[in-house]
Design a protein around this ligand. Structure first.
Ligand code: SF4
Ligand code: SF4
Length: 178
């Protein structure tokens, strides 16, 4: 099993409901975010493409943040390959912050590295991640990328999608349809 997300950027309006839901669900301290909105414009006039993306930790299949961690605080969860941090084992060295090509981590004011957890505490109860559950346009989809019958797998099979910085070799678990 490999948990992942497929996000349809054609439906995202950048409302930031996902950002607010994450901060509330995960008690993210003021001034920090576990997810955020990015807007990019590509192409040349008059054939420009504008993409609004909700971004977060990509829960990479080859996570440099885990490989560099000196204490084992950063680790891959047994369920779905979710990348997590054990706060009690983190010494706040910031090696993982430097290793992540997506700038997905921050140091919590209490001194440990923090980031998106795919709301694994909700997923283990059969719920969707908070950000997915509140999206008013339903542009985010969460599920098992290894299951060919899952919604995320079917969306990937039926649409053109890309991940972020594939050249980094991290094998992100989040894909964007555009
Ligand atoms: S996005 Fe960054 S923090 Fe998340 S698993 Fe990949 S390298 Fe680690
Ligand atoms: S800040 Fe914490 S989780 Fe990150 S590499 Fe250092 S000990 Fe590991």
């Amino acid at each position: 099993m490999r948990y992942g997300m497929v996000i349809d950027t054609r439906r995202c309006v950048g409302c930031m409901d996902c950002v607010v839901a994450c901060k509330t669900e995960n008690n993210v301290p003021e001034g920090y975010c576990r997810d955020w909105i990015t807007e990019t414009t590509t192409g040349e006039f008059p054939t420009l493409r504008h993409e609004i993306r909700t971004e977060r930790c990509n829960h990479c299949a080859h996570p440099p943040c885990v490989h560099c961690c000196p204490t084992g605080a950063s680790h891959v969860h047994e369920r779905g390959g979710v990348v997590l941090v054990t706060p009690e084992e983190c010494i706040g060295c910031k090696a993982c912050l430097a290793a992540c090509p997506y700038d997905a981590r921050f140091v919590h004011p209490d001194g440990y590295a923090s980031k998106c957890t795919f709301c694994i505490h909700r997923v283990e109860q059969g719920l969707e991640p908070a950000c997915v559950s509140v999206c008013p346009t339903r542009c985010m989809h969460f599920g098992d990328l290894d299951d060919p019958q899952s919604e995320v797998s079917r969306l990937l099979a039926a649409n053109r999608a890309h991940s972020l910085l594939p050249e980094a070799g991290t094998q992100p678990s989040i894909y964007y349809i555009n």
